[in-house]
Design a protein around this ligand. Structure first.
Ligand SMILES: N[C@@H](CCC(=O)N[C@@H](CS)C(=O)NCC(=O)O)C(=O)O
Length: 206
């Protein structure tokens, strides 16, 4: 079985791709775009009416939402040891962190990158953007504090949460007024370590 992934560079689909690489599962990329001025393929919109990536396809099924896909792949390929099992004491932290990444950290990025989705009028968009910049600082600080002195997000074991964290750090752009990763040394330590994984290198160096 070969997975298929709606994919655009510099998007959340890169994280899913790195997980597929880490698992060693065969996959094909279906190129699409995140350019707001370009249309999405109708086949992609039929699977995800929001028009965003990633969308993962397998057998005759499909799903979207990066955190859900991450959990799904980790559970489907337990041999890759990318997630604590269902009865592992770290399971709760794993789920909590992935959902916080997607619902809070990614949402803060969205406020900055897509202010029109959060503001009623164009005049209010700069306010949404400014809130996004502050929200990025707040949410990354929560993640930084959660990690503390731990080696990885879950403590002493590497997991898909570290790969997800790495992907999110690649989106930080101080030139836009977003915080620098240097403000969050615990996050930076893990991102630097995750970056050396061959799977991450294969996807993010391309
Ligand atoms: N909640 C979704 C958000 C995905 C998302 O925002 N994807 C962005 C790229 S990182 C995208 O497709 N943007 C283009 C668009 O929204 O039309 C997830 O976590 O999968």
């Amino acid at each position: 079985m070969t997975y298929r992934l709606y994919y655009a560079p510099d998007s959340a689909a890169m994280g899913v791709r790195a997980i597929l690489e880490e698992i060693g599962a065969p996959y094909d990329l279906i190129p699409t775009t995140i350019d707001m001025d370009k249309p999405r393929p109708p086949e992609q919109l039929a699977l995800n009416p929001n028009g965003w990536v990633p969308v993962l396809l397998w057998d005759s099924s499909a799903m979207y939402e990066c955190a859900a896909i991450t959990i799904f792949l980790c559970d489907r390929h337990p041999e890759a040891k990318l997630a604590p099992g269902i009865d592992d004491p770290k399971r709760g932290l794993f789920l909590q962190t992935l959902v916080y990444f997607s619902s809070s950290v990614q949402n803060a990025f969205q406020l900055d990158y897509y202010p029109e989705r959060f503001a009623d009028t164009p005049a209010e968009e700069p306010s949404a953007q400014r809130r996004g910049l502050r929200r990025l600082r707040e949410t990354w600080q929560v993640v930084n504090d959660q990690i503390g002195d731990d080696e990885w997000v879950l403590g002493d074991k590497f997991s898909a949460a570290d790969m997800y964290l790495f992907m999110l750090t690649t989106w930080l752009k101080p030139s836009r007024g977003q915080p620098s990763i240097d403000e969050f040394p615990n996050v930076k330590r893990i991102a630097d370590a995750a970056k050396t994984r061959p799977s991450v290198q294969r996807v993010f160096q391309r």
